[in-house]
Write a protein that binds this ligand. Structure first.
Ligand SMILES: N[C@](CCCC[B-](O)(O)O)(CCN1CCCCC1)C(=O)O
Ligand SMILES: [Mn+2]
Ligand SMILES: [Mn+2]
Ligand SMILES: [Mn+2]
Length: 305
């Protein structure tokens, strides 16, 4: 199956410089050549050009709403094009606010999609529950029908119509939730495998139950939104919001191998790689290498050969 790669060098969903370099560092690790060597037809669409929107005012605690909204509209159009071209879409971030556009654009082409969200965080704050106002902690809240009435009108966000229901998303790797997020997840009954469940069940059972939950009513396209901070900082430290006690390297690859094995992967986000947050060259290369291995494992790289 053909693959389309879209670079999304975006950092305005949070406040740490460097995450906009993610696409460049991942490309420099020869991702395109490695996917080609796996036998895939790969089209690299290059990087989107994101501009700050002039006169972009903070709205309460949320910062640069017009810029975040505009970047995600651009990305949504790009992802929709890749899907219309019959390719599996790979979005290289950039911060996780990009999932708004990536999932929205994917759903425009494949409305029956489901989402696997691999992350230390739930990214489901609304503008009113967010403790920081950073949009990379909020993308899921704009996508869920059940939260629509809880989202205030935000300049630059009027184009976003929710495209997911609570049962269409599963979380894996959670270990750092804000109170509002915990309440929302419990109240909506969203399926979530925190690191406690990973420890209790093992990653094998977690993947089995996650896929059963999403695919119980039949096959449907999978959108895998992979935040590199899901992986333990000992493996991927170069990221904006590292949290200890994360997925091992092996578990991070296993998640991708199992998603690949469904044969249903339709779009992949790899986000929050921030080269400026690595204390050493080795920390940066370890983080980038983990991201590349997640992608390669999503597309058939197997440890068994
Ligand atoms: N939940 C946080 C972190 C979001 C991380 C975004 B991701 O997953 O894309 O990297 C805030 C986290 N929390 C704030 C109070 C102190 C402890 C951390 C937020 O800012 O909403
Ligand atoms: Mn292929
Ligand atoms: Mn995260
Ligand atoms: Mn995230």
């Amino acid at each position: 199956h053909p693959i389309g790669i879209v670079g999304a060098p975006f950092a305005r969903g949070q406040r740490k410089d460097g995450v906009e370099k993610g696409p460049d560092y991942i490309r420099r690790a020869r991702l395109v050549a490695k996917l080609g060597a796996q036998g895939h037809q790969v089209k690299d669409y290059g990087d989107l050009k994101f501009e700050d929107v002039p006169n972009d005012e903070p709205l309460g605690r949320v910062k640069m709403p017009k810029t975040v909204g505009s970047a995600n509209k651009q990305l949504a159009d790009a992802v929709k094009t890749v899907k219309k071209n019959g390719q599996t879409c790979v979005v290289l971030g950039g911060d996780h606010s990009l999932a708004i556009g990536s999932i929205y654009g994917h759903a425009a082409a494949r409305p029956d999609l489901c989402v696997v969200w691999v992350d230390a965080h739930a990214d489901i704050n609304t503008p009113l529950t967010s403790p920081t106002g950073n949009f990379h902690g909020q993308p899921v809240s704009y996508l869920l029908r059940e939260l629509h009435s809880k989202i205030p009108v935000i300049p630059g966000f009027s184009w976003i119509k929710p495209c997911l229901s609570a049962q269409d998303i599963v979380y894996i790797g959670l270990r750092d939730l804000d109170p509002g997020e915990h309440y929302i997840i419990k109240h909506l009954g969203i399926k979530a495998f925190s690191m406690t469940e990973v420890d209790r069940l093992g990653i094998g059972r977690v993947m089995e139950e996650a896929c059963d939950h999403l695919l119980s009513k039949g096959k449907r396209p999978i959108h895998l939104s992979y935040d590199i901070d899901a992986i333990d900082p000992s493996v991927s430290p170069a990221t904006g919001t590292p949290v200890k006690g994360g997925l091992t390297y092996r578990e991070s690859v296993y998640v991708a191998e199992e998603i690949c094995r469904t044969g249903l992967l339709s779009a992949l986000d790899v986000v929050e790689v921030n080269p400026d947050r690595g204390k050493t060259e080795e920390e940066v290369s370890s983080t980038v290498s983990a991201a590349v291995d997640v992608v390669l494992s999503c597309f058939g790289q197997l440890r068994e050969g």
